[in-house]
Design a protein around this ligand. Structure first.
Ligand code: GLU
Length: 467
């Protein structure tokens, strides 16, 4: 183990967003690459907006993506004693103070400042109070050092410096006694021994405030890397308007986690012209210094392209198990005596998502096929009875392997004097219900003799019913 300690610190106020997942992934990769420690911390101090449902959704998404953490999940809501102790320390040492200004007073101050063209900052009224006011509600404010500047060297953005006069005395404890984000994040990052903070660049402006709190509490300041945000194709911040933003929605839409991981990492990080990276390759090659400074643009087509790649090259056994889950979601019973891996092999080259594979592969499992009416009218007619009967007869005795099935078809062509083109489509419709199934030899082989025979018999009955 190295001493690198990184974390992912989501607020459980919704699902795991694409942007959050990318932050988690970057942290995970750094921890694994450096044999460090990856910590998961749930930032649930905002009791009103945090839900258990959201915690569960975040944990499920992390698991799906394969982002295993070494410590946690820690819950900030279980650490209030620690925060209280630290706030008391700041109060006792004169680095924080109680502020009794009411909401109305603050609004008024803000309006006056705005009228004067000044920045609406807290004016420090209660900084100078000599006496406490027992019984009166208060917030605790951090006494920001107003002189000079606060600078840090961001691993992605380079040197960043803020004038301290830009930072007012921020609230670290609300009237209800709960501590605020900018305070608890410092206490936790320090107490948990984090060495590097990788997070979204929406937090850049918080960093100088946090650095001042580190100093006030006597903590060492970690390194920071602020990852540029993700935009939609219209260059606006990624939102639902651009498509699904929840990671798990992509699973529901039939995406594989390795495609998602590969896609997420490329949203901001590049390695020459390479596009395809397995997790072990990422652990080897990822570098925070190669994360670009400009925002990544979310491109659903590229994600789909990666998904197609991973489906095509995926292990049929594993995809077979997944396929059955997707079939179940579609209400298809997969108890049939079929080898799911073999089913997958016939569909891997023709499915961009697992949902598409489930749609295309349902016919293998269905007892009652969903016949495509146009195909039936064309290919299951009295005229084709002879074809079905001939194939049926051959199938009864054929050796049911790839070669045996091919031989059976050859015999049928010989017997009937028809070309394969005439025989193939009717058989495809009889066996699959439509005209777009994989090659019929493969389909017949996967279905097995009994199922083929049943479906051919059914086709013959349907021919009798047709004109
Ligand atoms: N909980 C914060 C958020 O969800 C992250 C804080 C951080 O990474 O410092 O935005």
């Amino acid at each position: 183990m190295s001493d690198m300690r990184v974390r992912f610190a989501p607020s459980p106020t919704g699902y795991l967003h694409i942007g959050g997942a990318r932050t988690a992934l970057f942290n995970y990769l750094l921890a694994r690459q450096n044999k460090g420690t990856f910590i998961l911390r749930i930032e649930d101090t905002d009791v009103e907006r945090s839900t258990q449902e959201s915690v569960d959704a975040i944990l499920a998404a992390m698991e799906w993506l394969g982002l295993e953490y070494d410590e946690g999940p820690y819950y900030q809501s279980e650490r209030f004693d620690l925060y209280r102790e630290k706030i008391q320390f700041l109060l006792d040492s004169g680095k924080a103070y109680k502020c009794y200004c009411t909401e109305e007073e603050l609004t008024q101050k803000r309006e006056v400042a705005l009228q004067q063209g000044a920045k609406p900052q807290y004016d420090g009224t209660c900084r100078k109070l000599e006496q406490e006011r027992p019984g009166q509600p208060y917030v605790v404010r951090f006494k920001t050092n107003p002189a000079g500047n606060t600078a840090f060297n961001d691993l992605i953005k380079g040197n960043i410096s803020f004038d301290n006069c830009e930072l007012d005395d921020m609230i670290i404890q609300r009237t209800d006694g709960t501590p605020t984000y900018n305070f608890v994040v410092v206490v936790d990052d320090a107490e948990m021994g984090l060495t590097l903070i990788v997070r979204g660049d929406d937090h850049v402006n918080n960093t100088p405030r946090q650095i001042q709190i580190y100093a006030a509490l006597g903590y060492a300041v970690p390194q920071f890397a602020h990852v540029p945000m993700i935009l939609g194709d219209d260059k606006k911040r990624l939102s639902k308007r651009h498509g699904a933003t929840s990671v798990m929605t992509y699973r529901d839409m039939g995406y594989l986690p390795e495609a998602m991981v590969n896609y997420l990492v490329r949203l901001g990080w590049s390695y020459g012209d390479e596009e395809i990276f397995s997790m072990p390759e990422l652990i080897e090659k990822f570098s925070i210094k190669s994360v670009g400074r400009s925002a990544g643009v979310f491109n659903p087509d590229k994600l789909l392209w990666l998904n197609e790649h991973y489906i095509k090259t995926g292990d049929p056994q594993r995809l077979g198990a997944l396929l059955q889950d997707y079939l179940h979601s579609d209400g298809v019973d997969t108890n049939a005596d079929l080898d799911a891996a073999e089913v997958v092999k016939t569909l891997q080259d023709r499915s961009k998502t697992m949902v598409e594979m489930a749609q295309k592969g349902a016919f293998y499992y269905l007892d009652e096929l969903n016949y495509d009416q146009a195909a039936v009218e064309k290919f299951i007619t009295a005229e084709q009875t002879e074809i079905f009967s001939a194939v049926l007869e051959q199938f009864k005795t054929a050796t049911f392997d790839a070669e045996g099935i091919e031989t059976a078809f050859k015999q049928v062509l010989e017997q009937t004097g028809l070309k394969f083109g005439k025989v193939g489509q009717p058989i495809r419709v009889a066996l699959s219900g439509g005209t777009s199934a994989p090659g019929i030899y493969e389909v017949a082989l996967v279905l097995g003799r009994e199922r083929c025979i049943k479906r051919l018999q059914r086709a013959i009955e349907m021919c009798r019913g047709s004109k």
